[in-house]
Design a protein around this ligand. Structure first.
Ligand SMILES: *Cc1c(COP(=O)(O)O)cnc(C)c1O
Length: 483
């Protein structure tokens, strides 16, 4: 696809970009319960202005751009007080939860190399509710994952199961505050005790809750201790681009002290070029997200965030009450935060998601895993609050409609060979043929996703992963017509 021979006028380019997003989720509507955290037009505006102001500054070299180091230290300084850490707590700014987690796992790995030389393949113990980013980090960094079930009633990590999974190669335990799926907070105090008793590190994934749980506590919610006040907690990840409503590309990783954070840093002087020392995974990086995060937080202020927290807390309570009041629906666990999961006793969850989509809502399907059934997830932001009643009314209707539909799933001739494969993964050509048969070859997706979701749901995780990989490998190719 060649570039235009002559540059195009700005208005035309921007109009084209506007057209490209016509089919994107309409997040401004308040009818999207995932992906976008919208704190309102004022925060959006200051975020945009600060972002573009620092768009071009490069975080690669803090000696060239000391303003970025100043902003980073200011953000970490706020976060360590927010998470009740002492003056010995240090940390860095990253591009998101995944990068924060990647760095925490790398620091743990390299800490273990220094302090646990007998360990060859280090292990990380993960409750099934721990975020996929930990699996990604383990995969990238060569660690082994040992997965443990959660308490089926309360949907929080089971400290006994975690302790049983600890072996001679374990280096890191993980708890979530809260976990993404259910909004439930793991027993961090118990995990901290385990970490201390076994000489292990404990990472608390507070990507969702780190920023907002302290506000919920101030509003009277019973929030279990999850931060640096808990003995044994060695690192915490906290996203800003979720419930601090800052533009995307903003998260923080905090460590209990310099000793541990040292293992996060990468320096390289063995090449022909500039001397390099990086805190984060990214090297060249825009100052935009950091400046925007700082600016949005200054603009909202403590009172602004308390107001936003109250709005989502009330919205969450109304949604939970509404779900409890709908015959046939049940909440999964008791969310401490504004993350809610529910399921239906008599309707297919994937049909329910499609029926809601047909009514203009985005709610998120979640496949069964680790002995837990499939469910529907909502991440509730302040901007969803005005839509709560309308969403509940449509949820009733969608449930009625979903009940009337036949069970979803793709044709038997497609599913049977997959089921027969067990945990064995068919070769890529066979997987592509299956995607073709399912009508999703070449990266296109049907309007209604229930058949695809139900089929994935019936397969073991390794097969789901293989199919998803093949699907994406097919989907991301430039169009033949050059458009
Ligand atoms: C969102 C999230 C992550 C990953 O963060 P990204 O910013 O999407 O990379 C990790 N853990 C939890 C609990 C999350 O909600």
């Amino acid at each position: 696809m060649p570039l235009p021979r002559q540059g195009r006028p700005a208005e035309e380019i921007l109009a084209a970009l506007e057209r490209f997003r016509e089919r994107d989720l309409p997040w401004r509507s308040g009818r999207v319960f995932a992906y976008v955290f919208d704190g309102g037009p004022d925060l959006m505006e200051i975020g945009k202005r600060a972002y573009t102001m620092y768009l071009t500054e490069n975080g690669l070299d803090f000696t060239a751009f000391p303003s970025l180091m100043q902003l980073e230290n200011a953000l970490v300084g706020f976060a360590r007080e927010h998470l009740r850490g002492g003056p010995e707590v240090v940390g860095n700014f990253t591009s998101g939860g995944t990068e924060s987690i990647m760095l925490a796992v790398k620091a743990a790995r390299d800490w273990a190399r220094a302090h646990r030389p007998g360990v060859e393949v280090p292990e990380i113990v993960l409750p099934v509710t721990a975020h996929a980013a930990f699996h990604k980090a383990a995969h990238y960094l060569g660690l082994r994952v040992v997965q443990v079930p959660v308490d089926r009633q309360r949907l929080v990590a089971d400290a006994d199961a975690v302790e049983q999974a600890i072996g001679p190669n374990t280096i890191l335990l993980v708890g979530s505050a809260p976990c993404y799926s259910f909004g439930t907070v793991d027993p961090i105090a118990e995990l901290g005790e385990l970490a201390l008793r076994h000489g292990l590190l404990l990472h608390v994934d507070a990507c969702m809750g780190g920023f907002v749980l302290p506000y919920f506590r101030r509003l009277g919610v019973e929030v279990p201790d999850f931060d640096f006040s808990v003995p044994g907690v060695s690192s915490i990840s906290m996203d800003l681009h979720k419930y601090a409503y800052t533009p995307k590309g903003a998260s923080l990783i905090l460590y209990r002290d310099h000793e541990l954070r040292r293992h996060q840093i990468f320096a390289c002087a063995r090449w022909v070029g500039y001397t390099m020392v990086n805190n984060a995974v990214q090297s060249s990086r825009s100052g935009g997200p950091m400046a925007a995060a700082w600016a949005v937080m200054q603009a909202a202020g403590d009172e602004g965030y308390l107001r936003l927290a109250r709005t989502k807390l009330e919205a969450t309570r109304r949604i939970c009450d509404g779900i409890r009041g709908i015959e046939g629906l049940e909440l999964c666990g008791e969310p401490v935060m504004s993350l809610v999961a529910f399921r239906s006793r008599d309707a297919d969850p994937f049909h329910l998601v499609d029926e809601m989509a047909a009514r203009g809502w985005y709610i998120q399907p979640s496949l069964s895993y680790g002995g837990l059934p499939p469910h529907v997830h909502l991440s509730i932001a302040a901007s969803n609050a005005p839509q709560v009643d309308a969403s509940l009314a449509d949820l009733r209707e969608a449930l009625e409609a979903a009940r009337k539909l036949p069970p979803p799933g793709l044709p038997r001739q497609l599913v049977e060979p997959l089921a027969a494969a067990g945990d064995a993964v068919p070769d890529p050509a066979a997987l592509r043929a299956m995607l073709q048969m399912a009508g999703i070859g070449g990266g296109g997706l049907p309007e209604r996703m229930a058949d695809v979701n139900a089929t994935l749901d019936a397969l073991p995780a390794v097969l789901r992963e293989a199919l998803l990989t093949e699907f994406v490998n097919e989907a991301f190719v430039p169009p033949a017509d050059g458009s």
